[in-house]
Design a protein around this ligand. Structure first.
Ligand SMILES: [Zn+2]
Ligand SMILES: [Zn+2]
Length: 100
């Protein structure tokens, strides 16, 4: 579902990868990914480079290497970078063993 403000679909330009700690298994009590099995790497809202820097005491971010864009934590293209709501943690007991 697209965000009404930006028209972007979560996670925007962010990249989602499988959590290396729990090997992407949702439902585990994994501190690395909060049990989602996924890790979100936030990217520059303009060019999508994930090699951005914090500036101004971490109040702003800057894409120094690629496009030079600077943004704050309130940037719509930044806020949209979150795990989609549909990727909620699965019920731990939903996949109970069945021996048929
Ligand atoms: Zn994990
Ligand atoms: Zn950039």
């Amino acid at each position: 579902m697209a965000d009404p403000v930006t028209g972007l679909v979560p996670p925007g330009r962010a990249q989602i990868t499988q959590c290396p700690e729990c090997k992407g298994t949702p439902g585990l009590d994994c501190p690395e990914c909060d049990g989602t099995g996924k890790i979100l790497y936030r990217a520059c809202p303009r060019c999508g480079d994930i090699a951005w820097d914090y500036i101004n005491d971490r109040r702003e971010m800057a894409c120094r290497i690629s496009c030079g864009y600077r943004w704050t934590a309130n940037d719509p293209g930044w806020l949209i970078q979150r795990l989609p709501d549909t990727q909620v943690v699965a019920e731990p007991h939903a996949t109970a063993e069945r021996n048929c």
